[in-house]
Design a protein. Sequence first.
Lengths: 273, 258
Amino acid sequence: MSSVATARLLPAEETTPAPCADTRPVKLRVTGVSVSFRMEGVQRTVLEGINLECREGEFICLLGPSGCGKSTLLNVIGGFLTPTQGQVLIDGQPVTGPDPRRIFVFQERGVFPWLTVEGNIGFGLQHLPAEQRRQRIAHYVEMVGLRGFERAYPSELSGGMKQRLEVARALAVNPDMLYLDESFGALDYITRHTMRRELLRLWTTEKKTILFVTHDIDESVQLADRVVVMSARPGRIQRVVDIDLPHPRDISAPRYLQYRDELLDELGVAHKV
Amino acid sequence: MRPSRKTLETLLLPTLTGLLLLLLWHGAVRLSKTTTFPTPWQVLRGMEELASQGRLTGYIRDSIHRVVTGYLLAVAVGLPAGLFMGLHAPTARVLGPVIQLLRPISPLAWIPVSIILFGVANTATVFLIFLASLFPLTLAAMNAVRSVPAIYLRAGQNFGLGRVALLRRVILPAALPYALTGLRLSFGIAWLVVVAAEMIGVDSGLGYLIIDARNAGKRYDLVVAGILLIGSIGLGLDVLMRRLERARSVRWAYHRET
């Protein structure tokens, strides 16, 4: 009970900054998106009335329990799924399909096992002249710490290395947005921790707009500018929480723990195990 | 030295088993006092006889030639057909049931058909081998394409690949190892069918040897020689085909993560 009380003590003006504070242009605008499927003769609504706005360079986490439609929403935004209703605009243009300017990062399963580390990173760079391509590959090999493994195949890499490889492959085509779908979910705790730090470093240096789907509360508080909390069946946006903490974030700081508690409450998760 | 020890084991153990079986065979023939079934020694002498007549290498060459011809024809037809069916679901729905219906029919059942089509000739034999390997090969190629994980297709599309590029850079490399296994297995079937296929219309080859030796003077030493030759050549061909699976471009699929 005391932890609930602490969460409520969070001063309101700190969780909701003034609306005019952010002057960055709007990158993504989701309006009235609903998705429903017909499954076994029953019409199922997976997403209902989703409205979301994301500014250039923002890091947004979509947080929610399994089956809340957060991955479906990311697929709609990524152009892999056409919504039943509503519209997705990126830079003012409607999304009609997948686009190399916006790369989806799956769990490490997305790397191509028949290509080497170099081959994977260079996959989206076929249009470049050989020399430029080689330089770009070398740059991203270095950036994700895979030097010495250029000729290795994914099956020879650890889970964390494969994940870094997939991120490198995505970054190599210089996209403006990255979509990560529980990308670190299959990694062990320590590797996951390192990967988050790496991602934040890349986000700061490369200035990408990032949408990150997760069911991990800690992950969302560590990474996001804003956490979009979703509820299940049908998937709706329950609340948007601004995480007003500077990076690097101290995961033992009282303010961090307050945000964490707030999100635990929002998702209706008990504070005691 | 660990590698040499491993080689020793993989070579020595089967050799020992083989020797033991030969010994048992020899003992069984001796104990039963049979005069129809040959001892290993008599079989060896039979092979020598064939070699001295020049029939041994000729028969082996003819059999391999027929199998390879029939098989390559099946690859030329079945591989593209299977790949196309894997990519194009409507075609698969139309042709799939037909192939599924034809596949379980023993190649022996086609003997009359192939004689009607090609007469008693070498072509009839090749046609039987072609038919026997065609259906499993087509289905293997189709399934190899179909089982390419959707996640690779999505990643390919995400990087802006069109249909042709997606086929060339994602679908084919992802399907290759599984198609290769299908190719190897159907080659095994092609070899398996050679005996039956050479029972019609030809007067050479290892299958012919078996039938001819039985019909002309009940030469069971030559029958068994034929059987052993078919077995060992089949094994050798399979080992060669397995070599392909060790190529760098497909090895990933057989690599089990530790």
